[in-house]
Design a protein around this ligand. Structure first.
Ligand code: GAR
Length: 207
């Protein structure tokens, strides 16, 4: 299965997907890394791994929809069948999300539907949560919603700050994102109604 990864920055989740290719069972192939930021660190990671890269700067477009249409053109030209958002920090337009419906996934650093949006770890700490986590989900037009493919739980420790908590969550992101992509590539993930099914079973009820 050919995969495009969309990034805006550091690209550590992209690196986890690149590194997953070392495993003998790994069949997905990353055919494009697309960034909206020209100096995103993730672009260097892709180049080092010999993966084609492209930069499409949202600032060069008059509106969100024309920017998104340019991304769709680039992704389709790459032959990608699955699009993975990996720290891609632009909101996507509804036409883009509908075009890629059930072929567009995202990783988010909380146990959705809790703590949608930005500044997640500080908000988790401020709320006094004892457990947080991360989620891989199919993307729907409403921000940080959509059928959940896999989640991990992560404890909040006394004395955590947003950085220590983010680092602990990130370790789990790096574990579950390749796992989700692998399951999709193996044809084990379907969507029924607005619920993801793994091997025909609901593992993570959406709400
Ligand atoms: C990750 O923690 C990811 O979950 C988060 O941005 C970080 C990107 O790190 N994504 C979001 O918050 C999306 N709303 P990375 O560039 O090192 O993969």
């Amino acid at each position: 299965m050919k995969v495009a990864v969309l990034i805006s920055g550091r690209g550590s989740n992209l690196q986890a997907l690149i590194d997953a290719a070392e495993a003998p069972y790994w069949t997905p192939e990353i055919v494009l890394v697309l960034s909206n930021v020209a100096d995103a660190q993730g672009l260097e990671r892709a180049e080092k791994a010999g993966i084609p890269t492209a930069v499409i700067n949202h600032k060069d477009f008059q509106d969100r929809e024309t920017f998104d249409a340019a991304m769709t053109d680039a992704i389709e030209a790459s032959g990608a069948e699955l699009v993975c958002l990996a720290g891609f920090m632009r909101l996507l337009s509804t036409p883009f999300i509908k075009h890629w419906k059930n072929r567009l996934i995202n990783i988010h650093p909380s146990r959705l539907p809790a703590f949608k949006g930005l500044d997640v770890h500080q908000r988790v700490l401020d709320a006094g949560e004892k457990i947080t986590g991360c989620t891989v989900h199919f993307v729907r037009p409403e921000m940080d919603t959509g059928p959940i493919i896999i989640q991990a739980s992560v404890p909040v420790h006394d004395g955590d700050d947003a950085d220590t908590l983010a680092a602990r969550v990130l370790e789990q992101e790096h574990r579950i994102y390749p796992q989700a992509v692998r399951m999709i590539a193996e044809g084990r993930v379907t969507v029924g109604g607005d619920q993801a099914l793994i091997d025909g079973k609901i593992l993570y009820p959406n709400e």
